[in-house]
Design a protein around this ligand. Structure first.
Ligand SMILES: [Zn+2]
Length: 78
C-alpha cells in the first residue's frame, strides 16, 4: 500500500515523505491510499481549528485560558 499526501502529492516511502516523479510512482506498482503528510496535516488541523473556533485560532495556547477558571474555583489548588 502506497500512501500519498492528498495535498502536496508527496509519497510515504521507506526514506520518508518524498516528491516522486509520476514514472517512479507508477513503478512502485501498488494500490495508492491518500492521506496527509505531517506538514499538510498540521496545516489542515490549523485550518479546521480556525473553521470550528474562529476566535480561539488567534490565541497562543488554549491551556492559558483554563488557568483563571481554575483559580476562580474556591478550594482549588493554586
Ligand atoms: Zn503534504
Amino acid at each position: 500500500m502506497i500512501t500519498q499526501c492528498c495535498v502536496c502529492k508527496k509519497v510515504h516511502a521507506s526514506e520518508g515523505w518524498q516528491n516522486l516523479t509520476p514514472a517512479r510512482l507508477a513503478a512502485m506498482n501498488g494500490p495508492i491510499s491518500h492521506g496527509y503528510c505531517p506538514e499538510c496535516l498540521a496545516k489542515a488541523l490549523a485550518d479546521i481549528e480556525s473553521l470550528v473556533n474562529p476566535t480561539a485560532a488567534h490565541q497562543e495556547k488554549k491551556e492559558t485560558a483554563a488557568i483563571p477558571l481554575l483559580a476562580a474555583i474556591p478550594g482549588a489548588v493554586r
